[in-house]
Ligand binder design. Structure first.
Ligand code: UT7
Length: 331
């Protein structure tokens, strides 16, 4: 029997119009363009403005962009996963609403939350459903409205994050293209260093929690940075070794966009040239679940059938890992 692999066959994206520049941030907190650029590589990020617009607003737009470009009928989609750390609401899945709004009426849907690794884990999940032969079309969307959980008086976090969404379609492939291998990790030690303290079951919302700004992201940047650098390099090395790949076999590194220095450290560890490292952090900042699919959208025209892609991500929890995938089409 021919082996079924899970290939990405289409991509789509959505970015809000509003551009929050480093210059504008200079008017909001005690920071400057030079510090942000040298420490993070970020020049600007997008912010979703407007009432009643949440993560699903962007997820729907990204999915519609994919459907329009690919000509796929939404009714043929079997399953919709929305990878997100900022669901529309705590209960009532963002993915379910998204699926209904795009007309994927024959699909079932759910959200997947693993902080900045949500989309990476989503690739694993979507691929498994395809490889098993159970489903033929799985839509994986990464969407985050980070501006909804950021304190714009906290210079340690507000300069980093942005809003956006990207979508990819997984379909069966019998030529060996698509998902090849994964090395996924997690460690609860990370909970202390990157979190939103209140609003969950441990500390439900009260006037006090709102006053104390406990509904915003708090991050010990330096500690997270150290874990991110060593762990991303570690998984990238492991996935190459396990698949007998040298740096020359790697066509592209698609790394989570949290900090340009972390991405460069990961690329250096596996000896990868700059030209092979996908980068768009300067334009969008850290969009959490949307960084990986936004990279695929931005680089789609340069990707060739058979290219070896290494995905790597690190996020809160801690959650991290690497995935090896063979690109399946020429745009
Ligand atoms: O995606 C999820 C995972 N998250 C990450 O991977 C993020 C990992 N962390 C980072 O990317 C970096 O730690 C940050 C970009 C958040 C911070 O960069 P850093 O080089 O680690 O800076 P730092 O926190 O060590 O701060 C260095 C100095 C401090 O001043 P002193 O104590 O040396 O006088 C900060 O107060 O820079 C100061 N500082 C700032 N200055 C200007 C901190 N934030 C700012 C700012 N503008 N926005």
């Amino acid at each position: 029997m021919t082996k079924i692999t899970a290939a990405i066959t289409a991509v789509g994206k959505y970015l809000p119009e509003y551009i929050l520049t480093n210059k504008e941030l200079e008017t909001m907190v005690d920071t400057n363009d030079e510090w942000i650029t040298t420490r993070t590589g970020i020049k600007e990020r997008r912010i979703l403005k407007g009432e009643n617009k949440g993560t699903s607003f962007m997820a729907i737009k990204a999915a519609q962009d994919l459907l329009e470009k690919s000509g796929v009928d939404a009714k043929d989609i079997d399953m919709v996963i929305v990878a997100t750390a900022t669901p529309d609401m705590p209960v009532a899945s963002t993915a379910v609403y998204t699926a209904t709004e795009i007309g994927a009426t024959n699909a079932f849907a759910f959200d997947l939350q693993a902080a900045c690794s949500s989309f990476l884990y989503g690739i694993s999940t979507a691929s498994s459903y395809i490889e098993s032969g159970r489903y033929k079309k799985v839509l994986l969307i990464g969407s985050d409205k980070m501006s909804s959980i950021i304190d714009y008086t906290d210079r340690a976090t507000c300069i980093i994050f942005g809003d956006g969404a990207g979508a990819v379609l997984f379909e069966p492939n019998t030529d060996g293209l698509g998902f090849q291998d994964e090395y996924l990790r997690s460690d609860g030690v990370g909970r202390e260093y990157l979190k939103i303290e209140a609003g969950g079951s441990i500390l439900p919302p009260t006037e006090e929690t709102v006053k104390n700004k406990q509904h915003f992201v708090h991050q010990e940047g330096k500690t997270v940075f150290k874990y991110a650098v060593s762990n991303m390099a570690d998984v990238a090395t492991k996935i190459l070794e396990r698949n007998n790949l040298t740096k020359n076999d790697v066509s592209w590194l698609a790394s989570h966009q949290a900090n340009k220095r972390i991405i460069e450290a990961t690329a250096n560890r596996i000896g990868l040239e700059d030209e092979k490292v996908m980068m768009n952090i300067h334009k969008y900042g850290n969009t959490t679940s949307a960084t990986l699919p936004l990279l695929l959208n931005d680089y789609e025209k340069e990707l060739k059938k058979g290219d070896n892609l290494i995905f790597a991500a690190f996020g809160g929890g801690f959650t991290w890992g690497a995935i090896y995938l063979k690109w399946a089409y020429n745009a």
